[in-house]
Ligand binder design. Structure first.
Ligand code: ACO
Length: 432
């Protein structure tokens, strides 16, 4: 017999169905609750709320497990490429050699962007944050490529257009904001190598593609490619549930990712490490400040809503730091500070009791710095990586007959019924 949960409200017994996922995760199905009892559930931040059934990503926060379509993140980071992982997430299966080649060819073919879109860039103020530009540009794609919405193939042209063009748009935003000439994509280079070339090629010193750095970028993007129902993915699903076009939904995801508690954390980690270095703070002072509730300083790159142990992506990223730094023959003093900070925090009772461990962002900024990526492009790098996940989740959500427009309820705590008071009868100063 199917499992159920019994809830007693006002002496009345309500039987609720229990749903079980393929990894044994359980959820109490409360869809009939309001209708049968007049009550809703209260869960700010949705920490206990399952908003959908999903076949894309599995994570277990207690055990530090992350799998895309069943495949452990460690295996993908070791053997796969970003493009192959994107294919896996979006279509649900690993590509054949022929499918992968065709995908790569499309990604190359689609990489130039509409010349008129370039005019947007010119009118942005020089210090405009690239995440704001990227979000606006992705939204604008709907107007420039209206013909691309036919969703007839699994890995269709719309998805590939966005994945390909976001890379060009990101590199272009960087080049224009730094007053450099735009470098166009090269058809002979793979996705990651092409991005690095578009970022760093110059007439004076042509960019030399390095296989190890290309590999590091592949790993960085694989690790960020999906993370089930996080803030930006939820934004994509919620906005997509109104049946708006995919560009608008993805643009919302980019905006959500921008925040320092989410994708902006990789930039915030570097700023924090620089602050520690600049102000000569000891690690102990820094940890003490992070624990002090009167101080708004937090250890950026520590803690996670789901992981209550070491983030499996952070382990891989930590190893990547050493590989990339030795490749570029550079020492980064911020890496030493990060290592010491991790060591002290992991031994500290406050962090232990609250299960606060390094998350993926703690070391990813150091890898990006070593690749030559400027700090205000870090979150853009995250956005490029997360794109296949957003697309996969949008596709799943919009094709799921069970899904409805997202519309949570609330507990109202404002004024009860009050009368309107004409302005000349109100007390206080009149401001014209
Ligand atoms: N430094 C110090 N204290 C922390 C930290 C931190 N980084 N993170 C959580 N805490 C404390 C909180 O103050 C809170 O303490 P309390 O119970 O005494 O009030 C407790 O730990 C629980 O923290 P919440 O903020 O309630 O946990 P939540 O799940 O809402 O937040 C979050 C998770 C946003 C990631 C949080 O840990 C944080 O702000 N971390 C720093 C920012 C960061 O690294 N973000 C990246 C997340 S990963 C990603 O998006 C790729």
């Amino acid at each position: 017999m199917a499992e159920t949960a019994t809830l007693i409200i006002d002496g009345k017994e309500i039987i609720l169905p229990v749903i079980e996922g393929s990894e044994g995760e359980k959820a109490i199905d409360i869809r009939g609750l309001r209708q049968n009892t007049g009550c809703i559930t209260f869960d700010p931040g949705y920490g206990n709320t399952g908003a959908c059934r999903s076949r894309i990503t599995f994570m277990n926060g207690e055990q530090g497990v992350l799998r895309y379509r069943g495949i452990p993140i460690e295996q993908l980071a070791e053997h796969s490429t970003f493009v192959e992982t994107a294919f896996l997430l979006i279509t649900g299966k690993l590509p054949t050699r022929e499918e992968l080649t065709r995908t790569s060819v499309y990604l190359n073919d689609f990489s130039p962007i509409h010349e008129n879109m370039r005019l947007f860039y010119r009118n942005y103020p020089p210090k405009a944050h690239p995440m704001g530009i990227l979000s606006a540009m992705v939204n604008a794609m709907r107007s420039f490529y209206p013909e691309l919405m036919e969703l007839d193939e699994e890995m269709n042209r719309t998805y590939l257009q966005i994945i390909s063009k976001i890379r060009t748009m990101a590199a272009m935003a960087y080049r224009i904001s730094t007053g450099q000439r735009v470098v166009y994509p090269r058809p002979d280079l793979c996705y990651c190598a092409n991005f690095l070339n578009m970022m760093f090629d110059s007439e004076v010193v042509p960019y030399r593609v390095d296989d190890d750095l290309v590999r590091a970028l592949n790993v960085f993007w694989i690790l960020h490619a999906d993370h089930e129902q996080n803030c930006s993915t939820t934004a994509v699903r919620v906005v997509g549930s109104s049946k708006v076009n995919i560009y608008a939904a993805i643009s919302t995801g980019i905006s959500a990712l921008w925040g320092p508690l989410h994708g902006g954390a990789n930039q915030a980690v570097i700023q924090m490490l620089e602050q520690i270095q600049r102000d000569g703070m000891t690690i102990e002072q820094c940890v003490a400040r992070a624990k002090d509730k009167a101080d708004d300083f937090r250890l950026m790159g520590f803690g996670h809503r789901v992981y209550k142990t070491y983030d499996p992506r952070a382990k891989i990223m930590k190893k990547m730091c050493d590989i990339v730094l030795s490749k570029v023959k550079r020492e980064d003093p911020l890496l030493d500070i990060a290592r010491k900070l991790e060591e002290v925090a992991l031994e500290d009772t406050y962090f232990k009791e609250k299960n606060l461990y390094p998350n993926v962002d703690f070391y990813s900024g150091i890898v990006l710095r070593a690749l030559g990526i400027p700090t205000d492009m870090f979150t853009v790098m995250f956005a490029i990586g997360r794109l296949p996940g957003w697309i996969a989740q949008w596709k799943e959500d919009t094709s799921d007959p069970e899904m409805k427009i997202s519309r949570p309820r609330q507990i109202y705590t404002g004024e009860t019924l009050s009368d309107y008071i004409p302005i000349d009868q109100r007390s206080g100063e009149t401001i014209c």
